[in-house]
Design a protein around this ligand. Structure first.
Ligand SMILES: [Mg+2]
Length: 164
């Protein structure tokens, strides 16, 4: 089932590795200023993952849909939404960063489908009792160990292809 949450093309952000010091809670206007200063697109601070988990839990509770939202069903729904994202990129060839050739309705459609993916991902994590924000911290630490920056800089090789 599609869940159209509020969203816009400005919700499509690419990077999230900003430092705490340059991460103000901003409105759309000051986001643009920040983007110009750092040269990198950034997310709004809110809603955070717990906010999204809670909003989706309320949405599901209000409709008595928890009976359908078991982990396997949520996983299949998530994969279906990834397919919907894929459809938007299908047959276009490589797409430049920032999607300069996309129309505003296409950007909005992408924002909605990416939101569906995130919503189902967050709900799947909740129903599996995975504390997703903390899990991401642990996984990023593992990724840093697996791919030391001084060893892999500029290379797309898989970690199994590196020699000590
Ligand atoms: Mg969808």
């Amino acid at each position: 089932m599609a869940m159209q949450q509020n969203g816009s093309a400005s919700d499509i952000h690419k990077h999230n590795d900003r430092s705490a010091s340059n991460h103000p809670i901003t409105t759309n206007g000051s986001e643009e200023v920040e983007h110009q200063q750092t040269g990198r697109f950034t997310f709004s601070a809110e809603p955070n993952l717990e906010d999204i988990r809670r909003m989706q839990a309320e949405f599901t509770d209000e409709r008595n849909w928890n009976q359908f939202h078991q982990p396997r069903n949520l996983l299949l729904a998530l994969v279906g939404e990834v397919g919907e994202v894929s459809e938007l990129f299908q047959w276009r060839g490589e797409v430049a960063e920032g999607l300069p050739d996309w129309t505003e309705p296409e950007r909005e459609h992408l924002a909605q489908e990416l939101s569906d993916v995130l919503i189902y991902l967050v709900e799947l994590a909740e129903k599996c009792n995975v504390d997703l924000p903390r899990a991401v911290l642990r996984k990023m630490a593992l990724n840093r160990l697996k791919y030391p920056a001084n060893k892999v800089h500029g290379s797309a090789k898989k970690y199994t292809e590196y020699k000590d």
